[in-house]
Design a protein around this ligand. Sequence first.
Ligand code: ADP
Length: 359
Amino acid sequence: MTAILDIQNVTKLYGNEVALDDLSVSLEANEYISLLGPSGSGKSTLLRVIAGFEKPDAGEIFLEGTSLVGIPAHKRGIGFVSQSFALFPHMSVFDNVAFGLRHREDEPVRDEGEITRRVNDMLALVGLVDLGDRGVNQISGGQKQRVALARTLVADPKIILLDEPLGALDANLRSRMRVELRRIRQQLGITFMHVTGNEQEALTMGDRVAVLDSGRLVQIADPDTVYNRPASARVARFLDCYNMFEGRCEDGDRFVAGGSSFPYLPAEDAQAGPGIYCVRFDKIRVAPASEASRPGEVGVRATFITSEYSGPSIMYFFEGQGSKVLEVEYHLSHRQPDEFSPGSEYALLWSPGDALVYF
Ligand code: ADP
């Protein structure tokens, strides 16, 4: 694959605040990148620096090998879709999409036939063919999102940056738009970079997921790797799908947390000392407290509190030692939910090979 966008050692300061800290990353042509990180980690700043709305304090950005330094936002060939959509409220859907073609600084399109053809092509791509004459105040939130996208795409950008584009939509629409965005990107064959604070969204949408923490890139990999092998305990924490035990490694293959002690398969960098032991919600088996663990299993005792059903999966909440909340997830596509009785004690069991230990 070839890099379309190369971000090299970019730093952005706001006063004393380091929003981007010597960040380097390359985007490949024709890929979907999700940018994930907690609030304040620098995701929006990175998009704004790439788009040209903000100037980096250090570092350089190259688009297809050409430096973007000094090139204003509207001449970069980079599209930007914001959470608020920023449509012109008094104009029709068609005119909102046509606006950029008619009014751009360089070579505005004057031929109405060409405008109609290009706008209609984009409206068809985003599934709004029959709504061109509607005012943008007469369409739904999901449709506004599509107009915002069509308006950006009609300018033929090389890259589209999407800043929490689904944040304003309700859950149903959000999952429909996820599928749509991936389809549209595949049809156009251009690169999308999608900022989200939602780990599920990042993992389902991205060909690769880039994780930001305090203005630094802490991991970039395919979703499966990020999910199964987070680069650090902090990444595991943002993913919000790991139970985490703070404690100490002893003897190279034993982890002690509170009153519990788990054997683990030592990683290459295993060392005695403080560490964090992580086991994913969906890697845990719940058994009656009286049941003996199977050979090779480890676990803890915990009291069942409550469950939360969410269609494809069910989350069970337990209270372990020191009032620690432990979560267990069953994916219902391949098993039935279990009934546990609130207030009763159970054994939460897993295989040591499924645990991750960070130092
Ligand atoms: P995210 O999009 O991941 O929530 P941002 O890129 O918005 O993070 O912010 C990164 C850091 O930069 C935060 O600490 C934020 O407070 C700071 N920041 C962002 N924009 C500004 C600004 N215009 N003025 C001052 N500080 C800012």
